[in-house]
Design a protein around this ligand. Structure first.
Ligand code: GLU
Length: 481
């Protein structure tokens, strides 16, 4: 009988989750989903020194934000618990004792100082340090609280990695490593093997940083007589230059920052899934359902995927453009500038509808819309810095504004009529749109950019538009003098 697919995400609570971490979780989740299997969240908190308080909740919140859920985990329990390693120290101890009983683990007889000296000696003799060369002849009894080492059986391996293909190693990379520390905690190297076995994990997906340790793990699986799960190593997410691992400097941030900045979880999920994976076609937008159907670990690229923030912005913009206005409004309403509280939902929706096309993420809303909600302060540099407008005399600008005020006063402000009025103005003044329309745009928004002129004037309404234009006349008159 085929085993039920069970995959896991096993983060250490040492800080926030970034794109690489969530991508690992996502790929493991997709494998579980597409096979009708289970996805497990396991917290690997055996390194108390590196632990950052609050990380576990942060990890849970980050996964929830992108829509990854789990069938078993520290917050919901399950048949294979506990799901937090620190809650199962006696279990690791029992398994460690089994290895001791088999003669495959032994208490480390050296003090830190002695070990350092042995290492120094090897270094001076220019040979690699191998603990197993100093393995004691006879093993003493383990008291359960002191450092325990695995007695390795060094040998070459050839193994299949579901992403990287065939991998191999020589026996020199396998040494006697620590499995239990003297603080009563297991090491990662030991604990995850026990957990994956007890939790019946079928696929182990993890990042490239563990690849060099895999031969040790293979040796340990054998000593414990465990069937080895499918191993899949995901290459690093690389910075935008594609040369080194993505770092904070390249924009690697906490996944929850994307939540705060107003990214859509669907876009983020789509972005993460296509970070190093494609379905063999040029398709770039995948719904969650499509991802579950189409994802395949064999199509994950062996080389590091480049983190391209522009692509994320594009994808997020795509999801925003596709949204129905009411839906978008519900998601974006908390991001409006403070001044917007005085306005009704209808007006805010109108504003949103005209920026929907260019909006990339919700926290851009204040800077894109402020002039719709409060009087902008005039900034003449927008005229002086404008290639076309700076060539025109202030007197002419005033004349153009006065002519425009007159025509707009007599016009209604529905978009069809506004377009007609503006076109008549072009004809009558003999100006180019780059001059006349820019002028009206600048003095009614005082913003470096804004949505289409007709749409903006329509939303602002006649009274506001005329008031702002008149104010600009006064200002330019003063400037002229
Ligand atoms: N606890 C490890 C980490 O956070 C996970 C490695 C694994 O998935 O086995 O990097």
């Amino acid at each position: 009988m085929n085993k039920k697919t069970r995959t896991r995400f096993a983060p250490s609570p040492t800080g926030f989750l970034h794109v690489g971490g969530v991508r690992t979780a996502l790929f493991a989740w997709l494998i579980a989903k597409q096979n009708g299997g289970d996805f497990i969240l396991r917290i690997e908190d055996t390194d108390k020194i590196r632990e950052v308080s609050g990380s576990e909740q942060h990890i849970i919140d980050s996964l929830h934000f992108v829509g990854i859920d789990w069938d078993e985990g520290p917050d919901i329990g399950g048949k294979f618990g506990p799901y937090r390693q620190s809650d199962k120290l006696t279990i690791y101890k029992e398994w460690a004792q089994k290895l001791v009983d088999k003669g495959r683990a032994y208490p480390d007889p050296y003090s830190q100082l002695e070990l350092d000296q042995l290492r120094e000696k090897a270094k001076a003799e220019k040979r690699p340090f191998l603990f197993r060369e100093h393995r004691p002849k006879t093993f003493s009894k383990w008291d359960g609280n002191s450092t325990l080492r695995f007695k390795s059986d060094p040998k070459p391996y050839v193994w299949q990695d579901a992403v990287m293909g065939e991998l191999s190693n020589g026996e020199e990379v396998i040494d006697d490593f620590i499995i239990m520390k003297n603080d009563g905690y297991p090491t990662y190297n030991f604990a995850h093997i026990i957990d994956d076995y007890l939790m019946e994990i079928t696929h182990v997906l993890r990042s490239q940083e563990f690849i060099s340790s895999t031969p040790k793990f293979l040796n340990l699986y054998e000593a414990l007589e465990f069937e080895r799960p499918i191993l899949a190593t995901l290459p690093f997410v690389m910075g935008p230059d594609g040369k080194k691992k993505l770092s904070k400097r390249d924009g690697a941030k906490d996944i929850l920052d994307y939540k705060n900045e107003g990214y859509s979880p669907e876009a983020l999920l789509n972005f993460l899934a296509t970070l190093g994976w494609n379905d063999g076609t040029t398709q770039e937008i995948f719904s969650e359902k499509e991802l579950i159907e189409k994802f395949s670990i064999n199509r994950v690229s062996r080389s590091g995927a480049k983190f391209d923030e522009q692509r994320l912005l594009w994808l997020n913009g795509h999801y925003i453009r596709e949204m129905a206005l009411d839906d978008l409004f519900n998601k974006a309403k908390d991001y409006f500038p403070e001044e917007a509280t005085a306005f009704d939902d209808n007006y805010k929706k109108n504003v949103l509808s005209i920026i929907q096309e260019r909006l990339k993420f919700y926290s851009e809303i204040p800077s894109l819309t402020r002039f719709f909600f409060s009087e902008p302060s005039a900034d003449l540099s927008l005229i002086e810095g404008n290639k076309q407008l700076s060539k025109i005399e202030p007197t002419t600008l005033v004349e153009l504004l006065e002519a425009s005020i007159e025509k707009l006063e007599a016009s209604t402000f529905d978009t069809a009529k506004l377009s007609e009025t503006l076109n008549t103005l072009l004809e009558e003044t003999g100006q180019k749109p780059a001059i006349l329309f820019s002028l009206i745009r600048v003095v009614t928004t005082w913003a470096p950019s804004s949505p289409g002129l007709v749409e903006s004037l329509n939303v602002l309404g006649k009274e506001t538009v005329l008031r702002r234009m008149q104010k600009a006349v006064v200002l330019l008159e003063k400037h002229k003098a």
